[in-house]
Design a protein around this ligand. Structure first.
Ligand SMILES: NC(=O)c1ccc[n+]([C@@H]2O[C@H](COP(=O)([O-])OP(=O)(O)OC[C@H]3O[C@@H](n4cnc5c(N)ncnc54)[C@H](OP(=O)(O)O)[C@@H]3O)[C@@H](O)[C@H]2O)c1
Length: 269
């Protein structure tokens, strides 16, 4: 059985679509519509990553471990990894972020700490390490058509989250291979000025990228309600991304899928 956590999320739903129903979804609440099973396209059980024993893993099962982040993310994901290892799971496939370590800022460091735990757990593992998702880009545009950031002219090879799901489906259905981290990107890397131009072309509404020094970006985030330390770290993280660490593209998606990942233009339509 392939057990899919984060099943109602962007990657989870796309993964279940790829698996064609050959999955068991884990959802937090059963009260999400008349017929959740039909909506998802597969069987489901109610479970919460904060209660590892509620995640149904049997010997030989393959687990897709993914969720949004919250303060208890590291403890919960580590406990679910331990639960899967103790239950005799054949494989854990999880979603991290490209290039992170346990010392990285904010959610990146959370992923690094979970990744370290998974690698030491004894259960066969595959870590998907994507860059930013194309799905986020339109949401970053404010009412006045501006995207703020501290990326400078650094390029980012944004990826369509559906391609991450397609990679996960391949890894979860072919024979379990060697433990590995898969760095996933789209087919090309863009500056945020170029992304703004693509959003303008696709939406017919002028979008422009406004680059801010880290201090100004942090102050802006703080004004919008983010606690000061997190605002500072997020602005710093954008500047780190702008230093080129996500500028190169990888061939991992096409190597595994036998087709190119979707381009930003294809994604925006
Ligand atoms: N966005 C990016 O650019 C980016 C880049 C690299 C990596 N990532 C990583 O991708 C992951 C998010 O993937 P996504 O975008 O597919 O997620 P998403 O769309 O935000 O969906 C989150 C899923 O997690 C579930 N969830 C949250 N807390 C849970 C809990 N305690 N127990 C069980 N399920 C829980 C949610 O369930 P409910 O429906 O019940 O809320 C939902 O199904 C994160 O780890 C993020 O760091 C994101």
């Amino acid at each position: 059985m392939i057990v899919v956590t984060g099943a109602t999320g962007t990657i989870g739903r796309a993964l279940i679509g790829e698996l064609g129903g050959a999955a068991r979804a884990v959802v937090r609440r059963a009260d999400q519509g008349e017929d959740l099973g039909e909506d998802l396209g597969c069987d489901y059980v109610v479970g919460d990553l904060e209660r590892p024993e509620s995640i149904p893993v049997e010997p030989g099962d393959r687990l897709f471990l993914n969720s949004a982040q919250w303060p208890g993310f590291v403890a919960a994901h580590r406990a679910v990894v331990d639960h899967a290892a103790a239950a005799g799971a054949a494989q854990v496939v999880t979603v991290s972020v490209r290039g992170v370590t346990s010392g990285s800022l904010l959610g990146f460091g959370m992923h690094g700490r979970v990744d370290d735990h998974l690698k030491a757990s004894g259960v066969p593992w595959s870590i998907l390490a994507p860059v930013g998702f194309m799905q986020n880009l339109a949401g970053d545009v404010d009412e006045e058509g501006r995207i703020f950031g501290s990326y400078g002219r650094g390029r980012v090879g944004y990826i369509d989250a559906r391609d991450i799901a397609a990679v996960a489906a391949v890894l979860l259905t072919r024979p379990v291979g060697a433990d590995a981290t898969y760095e996933l990107t789209g087919p090309a890397a863009y500056t945020h000025d170029e992304i703004a131009a693509e959003l303008t072309r696709a939406s017919g509404r002028t979008v422009r990228y406004v680059d801010l020094p880290v201090e100004e970006a942090a102050a802006r985030l703080e004004k919008r309600g983010m606690p000061a330390p997190a605002a500072r770290d997020l602005a710093e993280l954008m500047a780190q991304i702008g230093d080129g660490r996500w500028a190169s593209t990888t061939t991992t998606v096409s190597d595994l899928l036998g087709r190119r990942p979707r381009s930003l233009r294809e994604f925006l339509g």
